[in-house]
Structures are given as C-alpha cells and as structure tokens.
Design a protein around this ligand. Structure first.
Ligand code: GLC
Ligand code: CA
Length: 557
C-alpha cells in the first residue's frame, strides 16, 4: 500500500466532502443505449440499475445520465417537455428513485442532465408563450419583432448552423432557437424563469440527486439588446469560422455568472453539496476559468479544448499546461475524451489502435482533475458506422460527413451473444450494434489483460494513492535541459512527490529519468507488462506504452 497519508489537496484547493467531486471519477451514460429491460430496443432506467454491479466493480464514484426527462425527442432528450418527470420510454419517476437509491447503496452518486437554455417546442410553457403576444408566458422565451426587411431580428445563427430565429406566423414575431427550431430558447432575463429553475433544482436535489451536468452552460443568458454578432475572421476558432461569426452576444455573457452563483448557493444548502458540472463549450482557458467564479459558480466546467485537441503530445501537453495555469486554487480541472456529441476517442484519437487507446486512458485517469469516462470508454470501444438508413440524430442526418453523433451513441455491448446483452435476441436496438465480438464487457471481464481491467486498476490506484487524486501536476518533459532530448515522443509528468506518469506514443523506445526518489515501482503499465517491477534512476518505455510509477510502495500489496 502507499504509505503517504498527507493530503496534497491542501496545496491546490479543497478535496474534502464539501468538494467531493474532486476525488471522484464520473461515468457518463446515454440512457437509451445502456440496457433495455422491456424488449423495445431502447435502453431504460431499470437497465442502468441492473448494471450497477458493473459500475461498482469498475470503481466509479458518480454517474451522469444524459437527459431522462420527458421529451418528444427532436434532439433525443435535449428538448425537454417536462423537467420534473421521466420520459415513459426510459421508465418512471419511481424507477429513477429506485436507481438513485440502488446506486447510493453502492457508494455511487447520480447526476442528471439539466437543459436550461431551451425547452421543447412542445413544452406547455412554450405552447402558452406562443399562443399570443399577451400570453402570461410570452416573456419566458426570447421573442422579437422582424427586422425592417421582415427578416430575422439579428444575425445570430444556430449552433447547428442556419438561422437562429424562426418566424411564428400567427403572432408575427420570431423566437430564438440556438439549436433546432424545435428547441426554443428560454429568456433568462425573466425572473419567473429563474424562480422556476430554482424549484426544478430543489425538486431533484430533494430526491437525492447529487447534481447536474448543465447543458450549454455558457449560452444560457443572451444580450438583452440582441445585438448582432461580429463576423469571424481567420484568427478565430474554426468552429466560429464555420458559423461565420463570433458568439459575442449570445454566449459567455457577464450575467450568466449570476445564474450559477444563484444555483451554487442552492447546491451548497445540501449535505453533501450538490455538483454543478457545466458543458462549457468555450475556446480558451480564461473563459473556462471564469465559470468557476471564486469557487462560487460551477464546481466543474468541461474542457473542450482538450477533447478537441489532436492526440499529439505537444498539443495535449500545451492544453494541460494552459489549463493548469488558468485554474488556480479555486478551480479544479475536469478531463474527458469522449461524449455523446463527438466521435469516440479510440477512433478519433487512436484510429482504432488499441495500444494508443490504452495510453489515452492512462492519461485521462492520471491527470490532475476529475476524469469523466463515457460509457464504452472502459472497453476502448470505437465508433460504430451507422448506415444512413438507420441514422436517428437529426443533426447527423442534416450534416452527413461533417457531424456524426450517432456513431458514438450505439448500444453498450455487454456480451457477444445475439442482442449483445443489451436487449432480447431478435429485437432491433434503436441504433445498431457495432462489432460485438471485438469489444464486449463479458469477454474483457474474463481477460485480466483487457482494457476493462486496465481501467479498473487505474481507478483502484487513484483511490489508494492520494498524490494521484490531488498531487500537483508538473510536466517533466517540458523543460529544455540536456535531459529533454531523452523524452522523444514521450510525455512525462509528476503528480505530487510520489507519482510519475510516462506516456510514449511514438514507435521508438525511450529511456527517461525517474524524478520521484527511491523505492519506485511500475504500479500500472498500459500493456500490463512489468507491473510491480522496481525501477532505478531511469525507466525504459517502449513505443505505444504508458506506465504509472509510484514511490514508497511497501513490499506486499
Ligand atoms: C448539448 C448537448 C447536445 C445537444 C445540444 C442542445 O451540446 O450535449 O447533445 O444537441 O446541447 O441541447
Ligand atoms: Ca426499454
């Protein structure tokens, strides 16, 4: 066992129960794709509950479920028609309570997905709002008169491209939709909307929900004057260039921070405090840092710079360094490589190369910060090619070849048998299976050398090694001293005083210095070779391999 009892969290922010998420490993589930218990081909809440043994065995601390609220599914749950009930396709409120309770008995917390930027066009609030200009809920949404030429009120475009405004012919005004036209934006300048969401937060917190992942957290508040966005230039991020504009007036508005201060105050009245984990899709670390406030806004803010990097060490090292510099004592990084909106990392980063995928997992699970795994990451699961006729995501269908979200949303492969352990044999799942034979839970669980066992071992090492959870990050390969040459295509960093990680994504072996003192062993190797071996002043790491070295490990463990 590791003998270090010093809590390194003291140096860079609190890691006690008031900030429990800083010690946690989070696992994202896309509920429609986890496990189907009633043979309709759609994953459901009882299916998640039935697989808690997998998550407990793996060692995750919290689950984030993509939306389970009532939805007409124009955007698969991200168009909400009732914030305080469960979609019938996924189960009932009682199923949700049972899931939260069953997870709690295993020490696992449950985060739900909250979508405050917009509702479904079918939400009763919007139905009432669009009924007339005099409607009591008219101001709950962003309505505006046409421009002088009858066109949209300003130049804002949808995040999914195309105009951000839709004309309501009956009342002669446009409503704003930052995403699909079926997702009208709420007006966060309206105090009744704010009060309603306070109530929604409490509704779920009172039921034992441990927090929320907040959908498009950066965009919730819009410029009150609805000013035009400036055009993008070639200096701007490629996504802004694609949109043709910089989202100056419909994203990252100063007033959005008031919303999160208000919510954090509510979250902090609970024991333990509830977590606010933001989908902060911003393009620089200072904007990211702003969402933490002074530890009085979001508890964690997703880092899309990291996820959108190439799997090139220089890029990732730079992003980690910038993030480390920007997120000081009040803030805590969160790292993720995959989610339901982007190609899975074993495909996007690793081109299906298993050894590289294992290196990436070692990286994710050893950086300073909270890691978020996406279901299937623990298997090194690649994308599934979904034939055009079987696509379900409207955004994928509209932007074929440019955006592919369905490839990362296919059912969890539990076994290689017909139905994949996901649904009954013979039932068509809502999205097709990938290759069940190459990646499935049952086979990997039976194989101690599998990616699944590697991930489990990394989570166990985090638990038993304070430096791995909270020790300061120091890049060992960044300095330009004489030793730097030795690093080649390898990246090495120290975590606290007792842990060193070396990732070699090149093809040549490297021999690099060990910077954590004596009694150092290979605690985990991505290929599981040489674990337990003692190393001296230097360590050799072959290409396509990563090792986690730990000092001060006793002889028997
Ligand atoms: C977020 C979600 C995405 C959804 C969009 C609109 O980006 O992750 O799936 O389409 O918001 O709600
Ligand atoms: Ca089902």
């Amino acid at each position: 066992m590791v003998t270090d009892t010093h809590d390194p969290g003291d140096e860079r922010g609190r890691t006690d129960e008031s900030h429990w998420w800083r010690n946690a490993v989070v696992y994202q589930i896309y509920p429609r794709s986890y496990a189907d218990t009633n043979g309709d081909g759609v994953g459901d809440l009882p299916g998640i509950t039935a697989h808690l043994d997998h998550l407990e065995w793996l060692g995750v601390d919290a689950i984030w479920c993509s939306p389970v609220s009532v939805s007409p599914n124009a955007d698969w749950g991200y168009d909400v028609a009732d914030y305080c009930d469960v979609d019938p396709a996924l189960g009932t409120l009682a199923d949700l309570d049972a899931f939260v309770a069953a997870a709690a008995t295993r020490g696992i917390r449950v985060l739900l997905d909250l979508v405050p930027n917009h509702t479904s066009i079918q939400h009763p609030w919007f139905v009432e709002s669009r009924a007339s200009r005099e409607s009591a809920k008219r101001d709950w949404y962003v309505w505006a008169d046409p421009a002088a030429d009858g066109g949209p009120p300003n130049n804002w475009v949808s995040t999914f491209l195309g105009p951000g405004w839709e004309l309501d012919a009956a009342t002669g005004q446009y409503f704003l939709h930052s995403f699909l036209p079926e997702q009208p934006d709420l007006n966060w300048w309206n105090e009744e909307v704010c009060a309603e969401f306070d109530r929604i937060l409490r509704f779920w917190f009172d039921r034992g929900v441990a927090g929320f992942r907040i959908d498009v957290a950066h965009m919730v508040v819009k410029d009150a004057l609805l000013r035009d966005n400036p055009s993008a230039t070639e200096r701007d991020h490629w996504m802004e260039q694609l949109r043709g504009q910089v989202q100056e007036f419909n994203s990252c508005r100063p007033e959005v921070h008031d919303v999160y201060r208000r919510w954090r105050a509510i979250a902090n009245t609970y024991d333990p405090p509830r977590l606010l984990l933001g989908e902060t899709h911003v393009f620089d670390v200072d904007a990211l840092a702003s969402f933490y406030g002074h530890d009085d806004e979001l508890g964690l803010a997703f880092n899309f710079m990291f996820m959108h990097d190439e799997f090139a060490l220089d890029r990732l090292r730079a992003t980690v360094a910038e993030t480390e510099a920007a997120l000081v004592a009040d803030a805590w990084p969160v790292w993720t490589m995959s989610n339901h909106d982007i190609s899975r990392f074993p495909t996007r980063w690793c081109n299906g190369d298993d050894a590289r995928a294992r290196c990436a997992l070692v990286l994710l699970l050893t950086l300073r910060g909270t890691p978020v795994l996406y279901y299937g990451d623990e298997l090194g699961l690649p994308d599934t090619v979904v034939p055009d006729a079987l696509l379900r995501d409207p955004v994928t269908i509209a932007y074929r070849g440019m955006i592919d979200r369905d490839a990362a949303r296919t059912p969890m492969p539990w076994t290689a048998a017909p139905g994949g352990g996901f649904t009954d044999p013979g039932v068509d799942p809502w999205l097709p299976f990938g290759d069940l034979a190459t990646h499935n839970v049952a086979d990997q669980r039976a194989d101690p050398g599998s990616t699944l066992h590697l991930v489990r071992a990394l989570l166990a090492l985090r638990r038993s090694t304070p430096d791995l959870r909270a020790g300061a990050y120091a890049d060992l390969s960044a300095d330009l001293s004489a030793e730097a040459d030795a690093w080649g295509d390898a990246w090495g960093f120290r975590r606290g005083d007792h842990v060193q990680v070396v990732l070699n994504v090149g093809t040549e072996a490297v021999t690099v210095p060990v910077a954590i003192g004596d009694g150092v062993v290979i605690a985990i190797a991505s290929d599981r070779v040489g674990e337990g071996d003692t190393v001296g002043d230097s360590v050799e790491v072959e290409g396509g391999r990563a090792v986690v070295l730990v000092a001060g490990v006793g002889p028997a463990h």
